[in-house]
Design a protein around this ligand. Structure first.
Ligand SMILES: NC(=O)c1ccc[n+]([C@@H]2O[C@H](COP(=O)([O-])OP(=O)(O)OC[C@H]3O[C@@H](n4cnc5c(N)ncnc54)[C@H](OP(=O)(O)O)[C@@H]3O)[C@@H](O)[C@H]2O)c1
Length: 245
């Protein structure tokens, strides 16, 4: 399937913000390796939608990114299929409360594993390929991390670690590979999470300067910007309607 189009790997790309990122990169004539974990039906729908627009431009692959060997396999497979890797978007995430007193090692392994460890091992495996293409890594963090949400300590420290990892990788992989992160504010509410009742959602929206949530495509547009802005590296770009101000 090798051709001259640039290639991007998007983790957790089958739905929600990940799918918006896939659609916008695809519009920019970028070929996609879309990773999913459990959302096979959504991944297949996205594959059908984008293949209809451009043949041989999307491959979907499932992997449990908590496992380091699955991270490494994903990167190898992308290179085998497309013959190049230009962009790695670490978007996959797990997100739920972990109340002090109830935190288990499983919570730790899952929240740190998907949000932080996977980004490190995917980046490490992709680095030799990205070096060849002078590529980019973009990690999806969270704009609310300096003021962590109550009862979300494990998720918050995973995303804080991801912001720090972004800076470390920017140094370690310079001058060949740019590494940045994008920090969403309230974009799309979690599918099932009891801490997001209507009163809480209203409070969050009131805290934004723009008095509304963003759209998944706002994150995709920020990615488009970072990819074009070739003198930016080591940066964490907040896309949060001014909530953190
Ligand atoms: N939504 C917001 O408003 C918001 C706010 C702040 C930050 N963010 C960040 O923006 C990014 C996208 O947000 P989102 O709400 O669209 O994300 P999300 O739906 O919570 O998660 C994205 C994907 O991560 C994948 N995932 C979960 N566990 C996995 C595992 N063990 N291995 C591999 N993949 C796994 C899932 O894939 P499958 O569905 O295929 O299982 C899921 O669809 C995330 O990094 C999130 O932290 C979002």
């Amino acid at each position: 399937m090798a051709n001259n189009f640039k290639t991007a790997i998007i983790t957790g790309g089958a739905r929600r913000i990940g799918a918006a990122i896939c659609r916008r990169l695809h519009q920019n004539n970028i070929n996609l390796l879309v990773h999913y974990n459990s959302s096979k039906d959504d991944a297949k729908k996205l594959e059908a939608e984008l293949s209809a627009k451009r043949k041989n431009s999307i491959t979907i692959i499932s992997a449990d990114l908590i496992k380091r060997n699955e991270c490494e396999k994903l990167i190898k497979t992308c290179n085998e299929i497309y013959g190049r890797i230009d962009i790695l978007i670490n978007n996959a995430s797990t997100y739920y409360p972990t109340k002090i007193g109830d935190i288990s090692e499983t919570h730790w392994d899952d929240l740190l594993g998907v949000n932080l460890k996977a980004a490190l091992f995917l980046s490490q495996s992709a680095a030799p390929f990205l070096k060849k293409t002078k590529g980019s890594i973009i990690n999806i963090t969270d704009a609310n991390i300096d003021n962590p949400k109550k009862d979300y300590s494990v998720y918050s420290l995973a995303k804080a670690g991801l912001i720090n990892l972004t800076k470390s990788l920017a140094k370690d992989l310079a001058p060949y590979i740019r590494v940045n992160s994008i920090a969403p504010g309230p974009i799309i509410w979690p599918d099932s999470n009891q801490s997001f009742d209507e009163a809480y959602k209203k409070t969050v929206i009131d805290q934004t300067l723009l008095k509304r949530t963003g759209e998944p495509d706002d994150i995709a547009k920020a990615i488009e910007y970072i990819l074009a802005a070739e003198y930016i590296t080591g940066h964490n770009l907040k896309v949060d309607g001014g909530r953190s101000v």
